[in-house]
Structures are given as C-alpha cells and as structure tokens.
Design a protein around this ligand. Structure first.
Ligand code: GDP
Ligand code: PGA
Ligand code: MN
Length: 582
C-alpha cells in the first residue's frame, strides 16, 4: 500500500529516514490484518491470551508500571505565541519543542517496523468528521486505534479525496518518564508523542487529536470539540432526545452513556441509547440547533467499578474481542478488577501473584478497549452522517460537598459560567495526587488546545451562531455524608435526574429559582421505588448560602487568574449570583 497524497507520502518517507525504521507498514484495517497483529503481539509477549472459552479473542496487556496514565506535566501546547496556549496549558515554543522531541525520535525505530495508520474521527461519510494519520512503532497502539477509530483503507481514501489530515507521530521509546513528552502544534495540525504507550498519551486520535487539536480548529471554524458523552433518551411518548455531558476523566461518562434505567422506567417505556462515551463534536445546523457526532468508534473505559449492578451494558460487551490493559487475572485466565465480583484473582496488574499487601489487584486506571458495536445500548444514530441534535448539555464532577445533585442554568451565559467553574476531585486517570479538588472547566482542563479565556469567549459566541441552543445543567453524583459514604445511589438511578432534565427541556416539570440556578424540589424528582431517605434528597437539593459565597470568591479568583481574555459576561453572571445570595 502507498498513497497518492504527496504530502503524506513525503512525510512518511521523512519520518522513516529520521527514525531509521527498518520497514514501513501501511495499515489497511482488514480482518486479516487484525488477526496478524494479535498473533504478533502474542508472539512477542505484549499480549497474553485470556480464557478463550469465557473470553474469546480477548487479550491482556500489562504496561510498564511507570506508564499507566496521562502525564499532564509532560503534555505541551506549542503555539507561536505563549499567550495563545493560556495559563491552562504547559507551553513550549514550537522550534524548541520540535528540536527537543525530534532528538528523541532520531533513530528510535532502528530495527523495528513503523506502522502508518490512516484514521477517520467520526463516520467515514460525515462532513463533521476529520481525518488523521498516526505513525507509531507500537503494534499495541495499532490494535487500540483499530477499535477506537475508523482506520485503514477507507480513511486513506477520504484523505486522498480531501487532502488535509492531522499528522501524529508516536514512539513508545524507552518508556523512561524522564524521556517522555506529548507535544501538540495546533497551528501546524501536528502531534508528537514520545515515551509512553498509555491510551491518552499514545492513541493520538483520541485526546490529542479529537480534543486538543480539534478544540483549536473548532474555535477557528465556529464549532465545539468537547470532552462529552452523548446519550439518547426516548420517552414513553416516543419522543427522542439527546444529551451531551462533560465530566472529567474517571468521573462517570462511560457509566452515564450506557445507563440502564430502573425497572419501573423500563416498564413505562423509557429507553436509553449510547452514541458516545468520551468525545463530542458539535456544529450549529441550519435549524439553529447543535448537531453532534461521536468521533470515536470504540470505548477506552475504566475497568475498576464496572460490574453487573453498576454498568451491565459495559460488562456485557467485555466478553469478546476486547483488549484489557493492567487488569488482574483469575486462576482460569479471566480478566478481573476491583468491584467486579468476590473472586480472588491469581495475579495482579504487574503479573505478580496477588497479595493485598501490594495494593489493588487491578491498577485503578486499568482499562478496556472495545468496539462500540459490541455495546448492547449502542445507538444506530451513531453512524449518522448528520449527527444527532442536542437538547441538553450537562456539566459535572466529583464534589463531596456543596454542589447540588442537579441545577439548571438560567440562560446560555449562566450555563457557560457553570461549565467554566466546575471543580472536581482528581482521579487516577492522570499521574499525581488523587482526590484533590481542582477547577476543571467543561472537563477540558487537560484537553483544551488554547487559552481558556478565548475558549469561554468561543462558548459564549455560540449564541450568535445557533438560535436554538441546548439548555445547560450541572449534576453531582458524588456528594458524601459525614461517614464518607455516597449520599446518592448513582448509576441507573441517575435516570431520575435525566427525567427531570428532559422534563425541563419540554417545559413540563417545575423548578425553583435560586441564586445558583433553577433547582427541583423533592417533589419534582420521580422517587417511585427509590430506595433512599428522602430527607437526604432534600439535602442534595439544598443551597448553602454561606458556603456558596465562599465558592463565589474562589470562582472569582480563578477567573481573574485568566486575565483580560476572560469574557466580561462571566463576571456579570457571577455578580448576579452574588447579589441574589443572602
Ligand atoms: P469516565 O472516565 O468519565 O468515563 O468515568 P467512568 O464512567 O468510567 O467511571 C469512573 C468511575 O466512577 C468508575 O469506578 C465508576 O464505577 C464510578 N462511577 C460512575 N458513575 C457513578 C455514579 O453515578 N456514582 C458513583 N458513586 N460512582 C460512579
Ligand atoms: P477518560 O480518558 O478517563 O476520560 O475515559 C481516557 C484517558 O485518560 O486517556
Ligand atoms: Mn470513560
């Protein structure tokens, strides 16, 4: 295979020379190729075959113990002007960044094969989709990209038709955290990633292209590239709605996207379908609504906590054709993680005999990679070239206190403020301390490819680009009581909150106006068969005036930190809330 796209052919040749790759292999995306790569990974020890009777075509990959999550301190946005990257990003001048990372790439593929992966983010025939090419020396990355994107022949044909593509260069290198960089050049539509094989660092179509580079393109072209799941909700009356929701990594996107409603809802005829679980590209349509696609074709989900009673749809897809990374293994070769069931695994995520003294058996950020088509709730609309129209946008995070179960923004600008000031406790999805509250605007802190001030301005400007924007909400599933227990049952029960959100979109359910937004009272939430103390629900829907005053001071200081580029509208919204608090 080769290509008629001269720019692509030249770039591949240049990289092959620089990295001194032994061979160049163009991925065609065929089943035969898939089989060949699995065999290769088994043969070189990168894969372990899991029990073929219970888990046909499933593989276990154990990574280097120092390479298990995204590395935000080594991730750079390299724009010509430092100010354009903003305080939200680490910045390096493009020249310096290229020279630093090109040194690492020099000769790094000597004696190895260089894989060329043409891929398309989004349905092959959608005008909203965009293509890229990842060059990598990792067959494990190829197999993940095969599940996560539309890759191979068809993507290459689209690139040859259209011309343009995002360039991504990746090498696992020595896996030395001292020699690891994830560099983005939004102005050149280029990504260079060295020294890590972990999903968010190495599957360049995902966070690197579909969020960091695409957010920059979206700003320039008038659309939105967001860290959001997309979910379909069909009401008993047969009306189809779509919700997009942004939560930080490991804060419940995959779970919400695949939610199974409580029994009573299913009986009444409610249906949930999954369009996407991590990334959403939205564009204003001719009807003034935002139309969204999921640019991905698979799920790269957090394994721990995935179980029959929390996320049965996710569990159901994991018995076949799945790559498991850094999970534990049972005696009979089945994948295992904390929360799955009460079996004791035989070996842990580092391949050692399991010993609780060594910590969890599966790494807290262990993952599964699986095709979206294996998900029982996968929506056929996910393949639609026009995308789906979004009725509601939801922002959320992990907040043990303060933030209510659900609140609705008064208007678009208030909604942008809500999104811009979401805070969440950090998780194992990135290296560093876990459980520290930090602001994570629109869940994009690690993923926005440009200055947050400009990004919020872009969000506000959508008012001029789309006349029928979605309603905006915040949710918080993670409030804790004094004993440290979650106060809200979460998971499937989150359907009750979704019902209120849809009811609000249809102007059918009530809300109380409070300083921080429109909140339901207990009676506005469907509590039929809900197994919880309803006084606790009242607590989850209360507004603590003093605590919110403190929060507003912290929000004010946070926004000030982004300087002059922060839209004045956000400060205006903040003053309005402050004036309304007692
Ligand atoms: P993502 O990385 O944003 O897609 O997050 P996931 O959906 O994979 O969830 C991350 C972790 O949060 C998992 O351990 C889930 O079991 C847990 N989780 C997800 N939804 C809920 C919820 O509604 N309540 C609680 N308590 N935990 C949740
Ligand atoms: P997620 O992201 O936790 O949002 O699924 C994957 C990643 O961190 O690479
Ligand atoms: Mn996820």
């Amino acid at each position: 295979m080769s290509t008629t796209n001269q720019a692509l052919a030249d770039w591949v040749k240049e990289i092959a020379e620089h990295t001194q790759a032994d061979q160049i292999y163009w991925c065609d995306g065929s089943d035969a190729e898939d089989k060949k790569f699995n065999e290769l990974l088994l043969a070189d020890g990168s894969y372990k075959q899991l029990n073929p009777e219970t888990h046909p075509n499933c593989y276990l990959h154990l990574s280097d113990p120092q390479d298990v999550a995204r590395v935000e301190h080594l991730t750079f946005i390299c724009t010509e002007q430092e100010a354009d990257a903003g305080p939200n990003n680490h910045w390096m001048a493009p020249d310096e960044a290229h020279s630093k990372i090109d040194d690492l790439f020099k000769g790094c593929m000597k004696g190895r094969t260089m894989y060329v992966i043409p891929y398309c983010m989004g349905p092959i025939d959608s005008p909203i989709s965009r293509c890229g090419v990842e060059i990598t020396d990792s067959a494990y990355v190829v197999q993940n990209m095969r599940l996560m994107t539309r890759m191979g022949q068809a993507a290459l044909a689209r690139i040859e038709r259209e011309g343009g593509f995002v360039k991504g260069l990746h090498s696992t290198g020595e896996l030395d955290p001292e020699r690891r960089f994830i560099m983005h050049f939004p102005e050149e539509l280029t990504i260079k990633s060295y020294g890590s094989g972990y999903g968010g660092n190495a599957l360049l179509g995902k966070k690197c292209h579909a969020l960091r580079i695409a957010s920059y393109q979206a700003k320039t072209e008038g659309w939105l590239a967001e860290h959001m799941l997309i979910l379909g909700i069909k009401t008993p009356a047969g009306k189809q709605h779509y919700v997009a929701a942004a939560f930080p990594s490991a804060c419940g996107k995959t779970n919400l996207a695949m939610l199974i409603p409580p029994e009573g809802y299913v009986k009444d005829g409610w249906e949930i379908s999954t369009v996407g679980d991590d990334i959403c590209w939205m564009r204003p349509g001719e009807d003034g609504r935002l139309w969204a696609i999921n640019p991905e074709a698979g799920f790269f989900g957090v394994a721990p906590g995935t179980a029959k009673d929390t996320n049965p749809n996710a569990l159901a897809m994991l018995y076949q054709d799945t790559i498991f990374t850094n999970v534990a293994e049972t005696e009979d070769g089945q994948p295992w993680w904390e929360g799955l069931d009460d079996r004791t695994p035989k070996t842990d995520w580092q391949g050692r005999p399991y010993d609780p003294a060594n910590g969890p058996a599966a790494h807290p950020n262990s993952r599964f990679t699986v095709s979206a088509k294996r998900c029982p709730s996968y929506s056929s609309e996910s393949e639609s070239a026009t995308g789906v129209p979004i009725d509601a946008i939801v922002f959320g995070g992990r907040r043990a206190s303060l933030v209510p179960l659900v609140a609705e923004a008064r208007d678009w600008e208030h909604g942008v403020l809500m999104g811009a000031t979401v805070a969440s406790e950090t998780t194992a999805a990135a290296t560093g301390a876990v459980g520290v509250v930090r602001r994570d605007p629109m869940a994009m802190k690690p993923f926005c490819g440009y200055h947050f001030g400009d990004y919020w301005g872009h969000w506000i400007s959508m008012q001029e680009k789309a006349s029928r924007l979605p309603k905006v909400f915040t949710v918080n599933w993670f409030r804790k009581d004094e004993q440290g227990q979650f106060m809200w049952p979460g998971f499937g029960e989150n359907m009750r909150v979704l019902e209120w959100i849809i009811g609000r979109c249809q102007d059918q359910l009530d809300a109380n106006e409070t300083a921080i937004g429109m909140l339901p009272s207990r009676d506005d939430i469907n509590t039929k068969d809900l197994d919880m103390d309803l006084n606790v629900l009242d607590e989850l829907l209360a507004v603590d005036q003093q605590a919110w005053q403190n929060e507003l001071s912290s929000v004010d200081a946070f926004l000030q930190g982004y300087g002059e580029r922060v839209p004045a509208a956000l400060f205006k919204q903040l003053r309005r809330i402050s004036d309304q608090l007692d």
